[in-house]
Design a protein around this ligand. Structure first.
Ligand code: ADP
Length: 584
């Protein structure tokens, strides 16, 4: 089926919008704990540096200015060297422990958030309606679940690091203010100017992040597509071409990543230069102009020596957070699209229609988005319980669409679908689907044992039920395999032939004891022998299960009671020879 392209990406959200999207998933108590720990760590660090003033005073590095002397006296600190040093060591230890708790709790918070987000997105995909899913590129969803959410994980860590650096700078600022207000204000102004000068780089980080999102999606789509087309690639000797295409996509990805690395590294070079300049200016002011005494000058130097790299850390992590923001917007955009296309919940305790009389379609019309013509127009059809009906017609005539509507996978845009006289609403449709089994042209088997594959459809089925289903589905060969039901079928059933896979898929469909079985081109890819085996199986079901067969005329549709022909979305003929509906 053709897919419309992805919608144009809206502009990347800003930091606040991104946080609004992410933060509600965080437990408020934990968030407050991590925030308080950050502040405590920074305060202990600032206070530790402030302590250097009396320490240097105590070793006779010069007289303390009056203001500072009064401030220290007010704190009740001893002015002797040994207790001051002991206090410094104590503070370092307290800070180290607080920092440990903050690191672990911060990490737990980020992991919790990211895991929640991943699970939420996966659930949204699982619960979106079929029309929404069919219009999406699934590699985008894979990229969303893995790469984008990993990027958000990284971005969150950098955000935490940026906030921690900012808060620590605040603590150092307080210490600097206490030691020398003039120098503190002058250098804070310098620091703020440096950060301001970097706004261009930060904007660029967002743009480069958007380019990275696109490059990631391209690589994902290529990998998934190539792995799904290995047979085709090999049969067309396209190995080198496939490798070249992936290599080109990777080159694009690396270009996007390197562009960011360059921009970020350039920023660091300039930052170090500017930081050194601001510091030199502050030192010159302090020594030459203000004649600041050593007990003040030295602790200030310690504060600045710590503050300049922190400014670098703040800028670096802030920039990285912004670089990761497009991943948040991508996730938010896809999540919104999936939420919009969410299916109604399965009604609690609401039983599915029994289907003892008939399914009736009246005036059913469906049009896919971005298509000019209807996939199905004004279809009227009654399927009596127990009938075997074949839908035929050229490719694109609307057969699968009709079967999807009958099977409750999609809802029509117009018209009504009734089962046993009750119209299917959204919830009823979901319940009805549990009574319908599908076998499609390319059967989906999981890389697991036969038993696990059958149990996937019906977890409570025991070996007897599995043997019975295999027997009805002309698939008893499975019991003769070396490991019987414990045989592992390989990736997508690769260790079985196409016909064997299809018969196992039929057994899996039957083990659920469906009321309606839909065979969508189920034998189109099979040889006559396998088609005959499946036709035999369906013949055995006559009268017990209602069967809708989609396909070109052949052995399988030959066993139908009734032939319905579609062309360009319309039912153009209906042999209508099915037996009357069984009464309940
Ligand atoms: P058939 O089963 O008879 O081959 P379908 O029911 O699959 O036909 O398709 C009917 C029409 O709807 C075709 O024109 C097809 O291209 C279109 N169509 C089917 N699925 C989609 C989709 N997901 N998005 C857009 N158009 C679709």
């Amino acid at each position: 089926m053709a897919e419309p392209g992805p919608p144009a990406a809206p502009a990347t959200t800003g930091s606040f919008a991104a946080l609004r999207h992410l933060l509600p998933a965080l437990p408020a108590g934990k968030l407050a704990l991590v925030g308080s720990l950050m502040v405590l760590v920074s305060l202990t660090e600032g206070f530790g540096l402030f302590l250097l003033v009396p320490v240097i005073g105590a070793v006779g590095g010069g007289a303390l200015p009056d203001g500072i002397r009064r401030m220290i006296a007010a704190t009740g600190l001893p002015m002797a060297l040994a207790p001051l040093l002991a206090l410094c060591v104590g503070l370092v230890l307290v800070r180290a422990v607080l920092q440990y708790v903050r690191t672990v709790e911060g990490q737990k918070l980020a992991y919790g958030l990211v895991d929640n987000l991943r699970l939420r997105c996966f659930r949204l995909i699982l619960h979106a309606d079929w029309r929404t899913l069919a219009a999406m590129r699934q590699s985008d969803n894979a990229s969303l679940l893995i790469t984008n959410i990993d990027r958000i994980d990284m971005a969150l860590h950098t955000l935490i690091a940026a906030v921690a650096a900012g808060v620590t700078l605040g603590g150092l600022g307080l210490a600097a203010l206490a030691i020398s207000p003039v120098m503190a204000l002058a250098t804070a102004l310098g620091g703020a100017l440096v950060l301001f000068a970097y706004r261009g780089l930060r904007r660029r980080a967002v743009r480069l992040g958007e380019a990275l999102s696109e490059a990631n999606d391209t690589v994902y789509a290529r990998v998934l597509e190539s792995l799904g087309a290995l047979r085709l690639i090999k049969s067309l000797s396209g190995e080198a071409r496939a490798a070249r295409a992936l290599s080109a996509d990777f080159a694009g990805l690396r270009r996007a990543q390197l562009a960011y690395t360059r921009s970020y590294a350039r920023g660091q070079v300039v930052l170090q230069g500017l930081g050194a300049g601001v510091l030199a200016l502050a030192a010159w002011l302090a020594i030459v102009r203000l004649g600041v005494a050593p007990p003040v000058l030295l602790p200030m130097a310690a504060v600045f020596a710590r503050a300049v790299p922190l400014l670098g850390t703040l800028q670096e992590n802030w920039q990285y957070w912004l670089h990761g923001l497009p991943a948040v917007s991508d996730v938010a955009r896809l999540a919104a699209r999936l939420e919009e296309g969410a299916e109604a919940a399965l009604p609690a305790g609401g039983a599915a229609p029994r289907f003892e009389q008939a399914i009736e379609l009246s005036g059913v019309t469906l049009r896919h988005a971005q298509r000019d013509s209807d996939a199905l127009t004004g279809a009227n059809l009654t399927i009596p319980a127990g009938a075997i009906i074949a839908l035929t017609g050229p490719s694109g005539a609307g057969k699968s669409t009709l079967a999807d509507i009958v099977g409750g996978l999609v809802s029509p845009d117009d018209g009504r679908v009734m089962v046993d006289g009750v119209a299917l609403d959204a919830a009823g449709r979901r319940a009805w689907r549990s009574r319908v089994a599908y076998v499609q042209q390319e059967p989906v088997l999981f890389h697991a044992t036969l038993r696990e594959n059958l149990a996937w459809a019906c977890p409570e089925a025991d070996d007897t039920a599995m043997r019975a289903a295999l027997s009805v589905a002309s698939a008893s060969f499975a019991l003769d395999l070396p490991d019987g039901l414990d045989t592992v079928v390989g990736d997508r059933g690769a260790r079985l032939s196409g016909g064997e896979r299809q018969r196992i898929a039929l057994a899996r469909a039957l083990i659920t004891r469906p009321a309606l079985l839909i065979l969508d081109e189920a034998t189109s890819a099979l040889d006559t022998e396998n088609e005959a085996a499946i036709a035999d199986a369906v013949t055995r079901l006559r009268g017990q299960v209602t069967v809708v067969i989609i396909g070109h005329r052949g052995l399988l549709s030959g066993i139908a009671d009734r032939l319905v022909v579609l062309e360009r979305g319309r039912i153009v003929s209906d042999s209508g020879t099915s037996p009357p509906a069984a009464s309940s």
